[in-house]
Design a protein. Structure first.
Length: 80
């Protein structure tokens, strides 16, 4: 996949100081059309693994890269 292209939605967000709309979201947002795509709707289970993944947007069919950052937290402070 070629993730380099006219990322219109991301470029527009950057022009308006809103590039954080594409950062640390609960689901990937296409930098081309701006649509959010849910992992379960697209069988993108590999996106739960840390790293960079190439996908094609189901809305505009353009390729883009998704960077996954994983963080785990465990608590045992509530005990019977």
């Amino acid at each position: 996949m070629n993730a380099v292209s006219n990322c219109a939605a991301l470029n527009q967000a950057k022009a308006h100081g809103a590039e954080l709309d594409f950062w640390a979201n609960p689901a990937p947002r296409c930098p081309h059309c701006g649509k959010t795509s849910h992992i379960s709707d697209n069988d993108w289970w590999r996106l739960y693994e840390e790293g960079t993944h190439d996908v094609a947007c189901p809305s505009c069919d353009q390729d883009f890269s998704v960077r996954t950052s994983v963080s785990y937290s465990f608590s045992t402070d509530q005990q019977p």
